[in-house]
Design a protein around this ligand. Structure first.
Ligand code: GLN
Length: 481
């Protein structure tokens, strides 16, 4: 069985003739079959991936030039367009839909000779924290199959955790890459808002959404970021900031200035073992010559409410297009009453969590409540943005737990949406502020589950973020097994 360490090592093995792309794809395909009970994949592109691998092997034999992702086997979340392939956002409303074009991010991976092996399960329309809200059923955490993998990109996390592909793409609107990475013991990177084009990413909350990367090694995440990031004529919010060669600059050249909010480590919802590990890490960084200074933060209890007001508002607007006529599968019998017809399509097409959020979003935007909720939440967001600018005038990296507690059991929070929402306490900050963030494995809980630590930097400082992440010893999922 092929076991992935890093893209660099994989390429060395290809060059030395120890491996072929075909062998590696075959190995992944048989492992995907063997572990199908994890339910990580929605679709596996078996024959297509094998064909591509054979063509790449042929090119290798002929000594032809290779892309930077030559033969790299990648899975993509079922919210990212890949031309000619099914795309459903794990929702009944997109039954039978096939992408007409590929996301810019996917195009860029393919241009570098990557192999897309399949689409990955997730919470419907990327709304959720447990991957229990999918029309395809739940995804299982490979380290304890009775526990959630996190969400919404649960399939993307498990695919990397369980060695079903080398790296994967997810989307992160409020933590959907970092939280499942934390629950699965791998790395999850959410870049700066606008760093990677959103063209071809199904919208949840457009001013928060960002494509993110799951990997076992920081270096792999850096390489994928450097390939996918950058200007895009199809997305006016994609930044034209130059893209550095992140993967070539993983070594910090000087001691880094870390900061943390004591409130975040003293929060009553934080598991004591995660707290202790975080505080020990702070001491270790100091001992290694970095500075670590506390800084104040008054917003901690406001960020989850602000996030849910703003994202549901945006979602209610983004999802209004799925009416079963212009967009989305037709679920209703034809009718003379257009409103009843739309109602039936949407009621049958969407799942419970998505409906909850559409209703919540419409409520916070309705006249009479708009100022009390939406405007207030915008003010909180603005306050957070100004505060963040101040923090990064004096610090390079902000340290925070990724999630207050490790992966929970299926059903544990299903009847309590508020408890589920509060689990997003530490991740939504980066999306509200638009800054990049990464979750790196930090330790193992007495429950047997891994947990991570989160690092954040100022906007477009992914170079520093990845350098800081490289300082931390990364455990691979097998070391936890
Ligand atoms: N758990 C958060 C939510 O349910 C984050 C989702 C996401 O990042 N897509 O909204």
């Amino acid at each position: 069985m092929y076991h992935h360490h890093s893209i660099r090592q994989f390429h060395q093995e290809i060059e030395s003739g120890q491996l072929t792309c075909t062998q590696v794809v075959q190995s992944y395909l048989s492992r995907i079959r063997e572990l199908s009970r994890l339910n990580a994949f929605v679709d596996v592109y078996a024959s297509e991936a094998l064909k591509k691998a054979e063509a790449l092997d042929e090119r290798h034999r002929n000594g032809q030039p290779k892309g930077r992702l030559f033969g790299v086997v990648i899975g993509i979340k079922d919210v990212i367009c890949y031309a000619g392939h099914k795309l459903t956002a794990a929702s009944g409303i997109l039954d039978g839909f096939e992408s007409l074009f590929s996301a810019t991010a996917v195009e860029r991976l393919l241009e570098e000779d990557a192999i897309i092996i399949g689409s990955l399960n997730c919470d419907e329309f990327a709304m959720g924290s447990s991957n229990e809200h999918s029309v395809y059923g739940k995804v299982r955490n490979a380290l304890d199959e009775e526990r959630v993998p996190g969400g919404s990109s649960g399939g993307s996390a498990v695919a990397v955790q369980a060695n079903l592909c080398m790296v994967s793409l997810g989307s992160d609107t409020g933590g959907s890459v970092r939280q499942p990475a934390d629950f699965c013991g791998i790395i999850g990177l959410k870049p700066t808002y606008g760093r990677i084009s959103r063209h071809g990413l199904i919208a949840y909350a457009s001013s928060f959404d960002q494509i993110g990367i799951f990997s076992v090694h920081t270096e792999d995440a850096a390489l994928l970021l450097e390939i996918m990031a950058g200007d895009d004529a199809y997305d006016s919010t994609a930044s034209s900031e130059p893209v550095p060669a992140y993967s070539q600059m993983l070594q910090a050249e000087r001691p880094l200035r870390f900061t943390y909010f004591p409130e975040s480590f003293d929060h009553p919802s934080l598991d004591p073992e995660i707290r202790a590990a975080g505080l020990a890490l702070i001491e270790k960084l100091k001992a290694d010559g970095h500075s670590v200074e506390p800084s104040g933060f008054d917003y901690l209890d406001y960020i989850v409410p602000a996030y849910y007001v703003l994202t549901t508002a945006e979602a209610s607007s983004n999802l209004s297009r799925y009416d079963g006529v212009k967009f989305g599968a037709r679920k209703a019998a034809s009718s003379d009453d257009l409103t009843a017809f739309y109602e039936e399509n949407r009621s049958k097409g969407f799942g419970k969590e998505v409906k909850r959020r559409i209703m919540l979003g419409n409520f916070v935007l309705s006249s009479g409540y708009y100022d009390a909720y939406f405007t207030q939440a915008q003010k909180v967001r603005q306050g957070i943005i100004s505060h963040t600018e101040k923090i990064f005038r004096e610090a390079d990296v902000l340290l925070m737990p990724t999630v207050p507690a490790p992966a929970f059991r299926f059903g544990e929070k299903s009847d309590d949406p508020i408890a589920m929402f509060l689990g997003d306490l530490y991740t939504v900050y980066a999306n509200l502020a638009g800054i990049p963030a990464i979750s790196v494995p930090m330790g193992r809980h007495h429950s047997g589950m891994p947990f991570g630590i989160q690092l954040m930097t100022n906007r477009f400082k992914e170079d520093l973020l990845l350098q800081a992440a490289s300082l931390l010893t990364v455990k691979t999922p097998t070391e936890y097994a």
